[in-house]
Write a protein that binds this ligand. Structure first.
Ligand SMILES: C[S@@+](CC[C@H](N)C(=O)[O-])C[C@H]1O[C@@H](n2cnc3c(N)ncnc32)[C@H](O)[C@@H]1O
Length: 232
């Protein structure tokens, strides 16, 4: 897999209507390519305005299939297709208690909040203070006040609201941090980019009574997990 080429920074010039059209086109494309399969995820992708989660100098590229830089060390907002890729495989749905490790821009947390709805809960953790503040402002401006935002090392999870039905790690790790497995319900699912054999695979884990079932989805490319469970 190749690295990503970030487009050059520029003054934003697109209108809200242009972004809306691009968002609708993107959702059609994601359905056509099999990334979006369920109605809650489709509705969330149509509703959340991705451009509101992107730094001004990259805003015009909001719906391009590239990750874009965020304030902070190595932080990026992932490509549009990666959100339904993670959330459809997780089976994220209404009423779920969802934990995200790697808040980034706040876009993924906003989408998850739309999917789980008022009976669910979203907790998201970010290790980088600059990135955390950027996401917090984005989410406040966009009106997402029920998401629990935590500044800290997501490898340790957030036991205060555990157990979680679904967990998503948005940074690449060599192994799943054990506290996250402990904080997953039996029957729950966790998805993460795992570094193995010199590449990264997106892997889905399903927690049984006595075992963790592992399914490789596809090759991906993510920034590395930082903090206490960081590994090379
Ligand atoms: C690919 S970005 C996340 C994209 C994000 N989900 C979004 O919607 O914009 C990965 C994020 O994980 C964060 N991160 C890395 N290690 C972390 C850790 N141990 N705990 C919490 N966040 C971490 C990075 O700072 C970065 O913001």
């Amino acid at each position: 897999m190749q690295g990503w080429i970030v487009p050059p920074p520029k003054e934003p010039s697109k209108s809200k209507d242009e972004f809306k059209k691009e968002r609708e086109e993107k959702v059609k494309w994601l359905i056509r390519h099999g990334y979006i399969r369920s109605s809650p995820i489709k509705e969330a992708m149509l509703k959340v305005q991705r451009e509101d989660f992107i730094p001004e100098q990259y805003r015009d590229y909001s719906y391009l299939e590239v990750p874009l830089p965020l304030p902070g060390e190595e932080a990026t907002i992932s490509c549009p297709h990666s959100y339904p890729l993670f959330y459809e495989h997780l089976g994220l749905d209404r009423s779920h208690k969802f934990l995200e490790v790697g808040l980034g821009s706040g876009y993924g947390a906003a989408l998850a909040s739309e999917v789980v709805g008022p009976d669910g809960l979203v907790v998201s953790i970010e290790i980088d203070p600059l990135t955390f503040n950027f996401a917090k402002k984005n989410l406040e401006k966009a009106g997402y006040r029920d998401i629990i935002l935590v500044r800290g090392d997501g490898g340790f999870g957030y036991p205060e609201k555990a157990p979680y039905d679904r967990i998503c790690i948005t940074a690449a790790c060599n192994m799943i941090p054990p506290p996250l497995i402990d904080q997953l319900t039996t029957g729950g699912k966790l998805i993460a980019p795992i570094k193995e054999y010199g590449i990264q695979n997106l892997v889905l884990f399903e927690k049984g009574e006595e075992f963790l079932r592992r399914t490789v989805i596809c090759e991906v490319l993510y920034v590395s997990l930082r903090g206490g469970f960081a590994t090379g």
